[in-house]
Design a protein around this ligand. Structure first.
Ligand code: HEC
Ligand code: HEC
Ligand code: HEC
Ligand code: HEC
Ligand code: HEC
Ligand code: HEC
Length: 439
């Protein structure tokens, strides 16, 4: 029966409906990607730090940056640049508390200073239960740059800054974006049903009005009387073509809604945030303690893969920090058993696609956050981007290549500018050729 009806009028309806649903889907997707774009822009690194940097007294930014790098690679393990005590004291205001000569001596070799009986050195050593701070083979200038960094206040973590576009930490941007498609379809459905109900009610009202009017004011012959005053016949409704078509239409919309949701989800894991074996938090490590991404993801600037840190990297710090915590004990157990920690992989391209981190981070200068979102605000990492082919290609079409000071590109750029107007993008350089991404 359904097939019979489908063959006739409803074919047109079906086509119309399909167009409607598809266009709504596309609309929703565009919205979703717009949202994602806004969010990406919102987390441009440095944006959150801007406020603190601007407010600090002038110092040579190059020196401060050098100091920041040294501090992050050598000191954050035990010190914050603010007032928090980690293993050693927070170092905010240290340049006022101690003179520079003393600090240089202490940082290069605190044990020597203590052994020499320096009063301040012995006092702070005792205050921190005689924990030895390691010695550092820095030049005086290097130590001075660290002190300039501490003095700049740049490393002082202020209260967590809410994302500029309202991206709060841990908020699952990804799933919301996908969910948006489903939401629009749901809205279409509800609207359709409401319209239907209103139609039926008005039709019923009109017929009963007409019936009353005809009975009162007109003399009806026998046949008309029969038609007008007939009993309400459900089987007629059931047999009516219009009603059947409507029922089929509703059925089709529901079916389409379900399948589109499923199809959109295949292979796309946006928003995926599995539970990890240890409650490791990027918000704590990369956010609050500002540990550089490549302290743990050691190969992200040099090779294809970013790499996940081994337990030994955790031990650089956790041999001393939070040793009693049950979560940290799990690291010790993994090392005892000589087994790697079994982190659940989140991002995973199919084997047919080639993606290289160093090409994007080192050569292309793309920030981690552009692809991975506000990782430094995530307690649990989730997949921020769709990682689809369209996503890769969109960016390659839009992103200008950094060709400055690279002779290799000079001729190519010249050629490009003579033949077209747009910027010299990744795709101008062949970044959308199939073979670049497919083996
Ligand atoms: C393994 C942990 C550890 C590391 C790494 C470390 N420190 Fe320390 N630091 C300490 C401890 C603990 C103290 C407290 C004194 C003590 O017990 O020796 C301290 C004290 C200090 C003090 C003296 C604070 C005061 O109030 O007088 C300064 C300055 C200092 N550290 C600077 C640094 C700098 C700069 C770096 C990086 C180049 C660094 N520390 C790396 C553990 C560390
Ligand atoms: C202290 C070490 C450490 C630092 C610093 C760190 N990460 Fe991680 N990262 C990890 C560990 C451990 C995992 C695996 C567990 C997890 O997913 O939370 C991980 C997972 C990830 C993943 C998901 C990998 C997957 O399975 O697909 C991404 C993306 C990531 N980190 C990006 C970053 C970025 C960007 C930064 C800097 C803002 C950063 N990480 C800083 C330790 C670190
Ligand atoms: C550069 C130093 C550093 C490294 C490397 C590091 N951590 Fe941490 N970790 C910290 C600091 C600092 C804290 C905060 C301690 C506190 O809250 O007092 C912390 C806290 C934690 C906590 C929370 C503990 C609790 O019970 O509150 C966990 C879990 C943790 N780290 C896991 C890891 C894992 C897993 C790795 C290796 C992938 C790792 N950390 C690497 C410095 C580090
Ligand atoms: C141009 C987009 C892009 C940028 C920029 C980017 N990543 Fe990735 N990242 C990816 C993709 C795509 C994957 C999945 C790779 C795969 O499955 O082969 C991934 C995977 C990862 C993983 C999982 C382990 C791995 O190597 O597959 C980690 C960790 C990671 N990225 C960290 C980082 C860090 C840290 C940065 C910044 C220094 C960064 N990423 C910059 C796109 C990017
Ligand atoms: C946020 C923007 C962005 C995204 C997303 C992105 N890329 Fe790229 N990609 C770049 C830039 C910029 C370069 C140019 C790097 C350079 O300067 O050579 C590049 C270069 C490449 C190249 C080298 C092209 C050439 O001409 O040699 C490959 C291959 C590549 N990307 C693959 C991928 C794949 C696969 C994905 C998706 C999983 C992806 N990219 C996602 C920005 C992006
Ligand atoms: C910038 C990188 C990039 C370029 C250029 C590119 N692809 Fe892809 N392609 C990908 C990625 C990443 C995937 C995996 C995406 C996914 O699983 O959703 C993919 C998936 C595919 C798939 C499998 C689709 C599926 O659903 O499994 C085919 C087929 C494909 N690409 C063909 C091509 C052809 C043909 C070209 C050239 C016209 C091309 N690709 C150019 C990155 C690229």
């Amino acid at each position: 029966m359904i097939s019979c009806i489908l063959k006739t009028k409803s074919k047109i309806f079906f086509a119309f409906l399909l167009a409607l649903v598809v266009s709504f889907g596309a609309f929703a997707q565009e919205q979703a990607s717009d949202q994602a774009e806004v969010a990406t822009k919102g987390v441009e690194p440095g944006a959150t730090q801007g406020a603190t940097t601007d407010a600090t007294p002038a110092g040579d930014p190059a020196v401060i940056d050098a100091g920041e790098a040294l501090f992050k690679n050598n000191c954050v393990v035990c010190h914050s640049a603010g007032t928090d005590v980690i293993v050693g004291p927070g170092l905010q205001g240290i340049t006022q508390k101690r003179n520079e000569g003393w600090l240089i001596k202490w940082i290069k070799n605190s044990q020597a200073l203590i052994a020499a009986g320096d009063k301040d050195a012995v006092a702070i050593y005792n205050e921190f239960n005689k924990q030895a701070m390691p010695s550092f083979a820095f030049s005086d200038d290097e130590v001075k740059s660290i002190l300039a960094y501490i003095k700049s206040g740049k490393g002082v973590v202020s209260a967590p800054v809410a994302g500029p576009e309202g991206v709060t930490p841990g908020e699952n941007v990804g799933t919301e974006a996908i969910g948006a498609v489903g939401n629009y379809l749901d809205i279409v459905l509800v609207v359709l049903i409401v319209v239907l109900i209103v139609l039926v009610v008005t039709l019923l009202l009109i017929t009963s009005l007409l019936k009353n009017y005809l009975n009162k004011n007109r003399k009806l012959d026998e046949y008309d009387n029969e038609v007008v005053n007939q009993r309400f016949d459900f089987s007629k409704i059931y047999k009516s073509k219009a009603v059947r078509t409507l029922v089929v239409l509703i059925f089709v919309v529901v079916l389409l809604d379900l399948t589109i949701d499923k199809v959109m989800g295949i292979g796309i894991q946006q928003g995926y945030a599995p539970k990890q074996p240890i409650a490791f938090s990027h918000k704590l490590h990369a956010g609050e303690h500002q540990i550089n991404c490549n302290y743990c993801h050691t190969t992200v600037y040099e090779s294809k893969s970013a790499s996940i840190p081994s337990a030994n990297i955790c031990m650089n710090c956790h041999s001393q920090i939070k040793t009693e915590s049950p979560e940290i004990q799990k690291i010790y157990k993994a090392i005892e058993r000589n087994r790697p920690i079994e982190w659940v992989r989140i991002h995973n391209l199919p084997d047919l696609a080639y993606f290289n981190h160093s090409q994007h981070t080192q050569v292309g200068g793309v920030e981690c956050q552009t692809c991975h979102g506000p990782i430094e605000e995530m307690d649990v990492v989730y997949q921020y981007s769709p990682l689809t082919m369209g996503w890769c290609i969109d960016c390659h079409r839009e992103t200008p290549l950094n060709t400055e000071g690279n002779e290799y590109y000079d001729k190519l750029v010249e050629l490009h500018e003579s033949s077209s107007k747009g910027a010299f993008t990744v795709s101008s350089n062949g970044g959308t050729e199939c073979s670049k991404c497919h083996y």
